[in-house]
Write a protein that binds this ligand. Structure first.
Ligand code: AP5
Length: 213
């Protein structure tokens, strides 16, 4: 199974990707998580990305493409993968096509998660993320078993800096300007399936399972 998860910030891509990757033993490649790891380790890519991410802007294509290309050199991609948050621009989609061609792989589906802006803002403003494993929870909708503590690894939960109101508004604007065009791009290539993400997580997951088979 080789999938791309596409959709606006806060729609639930990461939540669903973790669940599906666990159920089907797929590699979960989340460029946002990889960039946040790069920031923590103070790598060159991380230092360049930090200010842009905090403002809600996209990191330059060449940085993200290099990170993804390197990830494809790891053996676990062969068993199947979910690309969560990549590609986000047409040049990234073209780079992905070239990477896959080199690996003699083809994409199975591009899953487009759709929900109204008001839902996205409510989800992002209540999100809490694990400092250790980056799992996501929500103060109202996806509560951890113990307050402030990750169910998966016991790590401390915190609020991402780019989940502040100004950055969220900018992320939504950037999504509409630069990423939404990918819906048309993948529709033309007959790869897109649309999921109504404005439902409880288990219902979204059931719809996802039907869509990817
Ligand atoms: P990234 O980390 O990818 O952020 P994003 O795309 O904005 O997505 P989010 O993580 O905000 O949301 P999500 O859809 O995963 O939702 P989640 O499952 O957490 O990217 C961050 C930044 O990195 C970008 O702004 C950019 O700067 C940079 N970047 C990353 N990739 C890049 C690229 N390819 N090119 C350039 N720059 C790049 O859910 C959200 C909340 O809702 C959670 O609290 C969750 O618990 C809750 N929730 C989930 N599902 C449901 C549900 N069904 N019902 C109720 N609540 C739910």
């Amino acid at each position: 199974m080789r999938l791309v998860f596409l959709g606006p910030p806060g729609v639930g891509k990461g939540t669903q990707a973790r669940k599906l990757a666990g159920a089907r033993k797929l590699a979960h490649v989340a460029t946002g998580d990889m960039l946040r790891e790069a920031i923590k380790s103070m790598s060159g890519a991380g230092l360049k990305a930090q200010a842009l991410m905090e403002k809600g802007e996209l990191v330059p294509d060449h940085i993200v493409i290099e990170i993804v290309e390197e990830r494809f050199s790891k053996g676990d991609m062969k068993a199947g993968f979910i690309l969560d948050g990549f590609p986000r621009t047409i040049p990234q989609a073209e780079a992905l096509a070239a990477i896959l061609a080199k690996q003699r792989m083809a994409l199975g589906r591009v899953v487009y998660f759709d929900a109204p802006d008001s839902v996205l803002v409510t989800r992002i403003s209540g999100r809490r993320t694990c400092k250790k494993c980056q799992a996501n929870f929500h103060v109202a909708f996806v509560q951890p078993r113990r307050p402030g503590e990750c169910d998966h690894c016991g790590g401390e939960l915190f609020q991402r800096r780019d989940d502040a109101e100004d950055a969220v508004r900018e992320r939504l604007r950037v999504y509409k300007e630069q990423t939404r065009d990918l819906v048309g791009y993948y529709t033309e290539r007959k790869l897109l399936v649309r999921i109504a993400a404005n439902q409880a997580p288990d219902h979204v997951f059931a719809e996802l399972m039907r869509a990817v088979g």
